[in-house]
Design a binder for this molecule. Structure first.
Ligand SMILES: [Fe+2]
Length: 279
């Protein structure tokens, strides 16, 4: 069950089991894992600690599962079929990148319950039991595993890259439906979204992330103005290199309309804005 505090922020507390106990949004750039010498080790360590904080929250809040919302960089979903939303319902959950492969406990029971819950709430996600998740999952999960992540993981894959993508508002509404399912089912989950911030992979703007836009968006989230982010059009998101922030909108929606960021870290790596926010 969810409580709503006086400022309207939604939270699951210790006396009511079901709901969304916490939310994080984090970047997942491959360099955060490969740690090339060109990147500041202190800033990379700060990112790693942000990932580890997610694992610590999982333990602290004793959640039934961690829902990790990320995407697919054309490894699994491309010319054959591109679902807008995909829930991985199999077990184990496998992620692989750069010769690192991790296997985690999935929860087919919870993932299928989530499927049913979303179907009941006007969403028709695809589901999959057989895909190897890419670096958008592996980079954060690698450090969560090192920190002792034990709860089952439910991957949710958003179509961030192949047009036409879902609107960021639709992603935000999906998060709200996830929260509604958690509350109704009595399941206690944590949310972590991975993506962004501004970057232009594979383009001539690779070395020119829109840092001003990063600060603008972080300012909105710190002020509880999620609506300004979810009001953006697909073209607006693309222009500022934030197509991946569709994943962020899911966790923000799951934590409530007036979610307010409690803390964040940010660094302009020169090719991508690296961020961790907790709410
Ligand atoms: Fe990415």
């Amino acid at each position: 069950m969810t409580t709503v505090t006086t400022d309207g922020v939604r939270s699951a507390d210790a006396t009511h089991k079901g709901g969304v106990a916490f939310g994080y949004c984090v970047s997942h750039a491959p360099q955060i894992f490969t740690q090339p010498k060109e990147e500041d080790p202190a800033e990379l360590a700060r990112m790693h600690d942000g990932y580890r904080a997610v694992a610590r929250s999982v333990k602290e809040h004793n959640v039934d599962a961690l829902i990790i919302v990320a995407l697919d960089h054309l490894h699994n979903h491309f010319l054959n079929l591109v679902p807008q939303f995909t829930i991985f319902t199999g077990n184990p959950v496998v992620a692989q990148f750069n010769r690192r492969r991790i296997e985690l406990n999935g929860s087919p029971e919870l993932a299928n319950s989530l499927m049913d819950g979303l179907l009941d709430r006007g969403f028709d996600p695809a589901f999959s039991q057989n895909e190897v998740l890419d670096h958008s999952f592996l980079v954060p999960l690698n450090f969560m595993v090192e920190e002792g992540l034990e709860a089952p993981v439910i991957p949710l894959i958003i179509n961030a890259y192949v047009p036409p993508q879902p609107s960021i508002r639709r992603c935000n509404d999906l998060g709200k439906a996830i929260a509604s399912w958690a509350e109704a089912s009595g399941k206690r989950v944590g949310m972590v979204s991975t993506g962004g911030m501004s970057h232009y992979p594979g383009t001539d703007r690779f070395a020119e992330p829109d840092v001003a836009a990063d600060h603008r968006v972080l300012g909105w989230l710190e002020a509880g103005e999620t609506e300004k982010l979810v009001s953006m059009s697909a073209a607006d998101l693309d222009a500022i290199g934030m197509v991946e922030l569709r994943t962020w909108a899911v966790s923000l929606g799951a934590r409530g309309d007036r979610v307010q960021v409690e803390r964040h870290s940010y660094w302009d790596s020169g090719h991508c804005g690296y961020a961790v926010i907790e709410f």
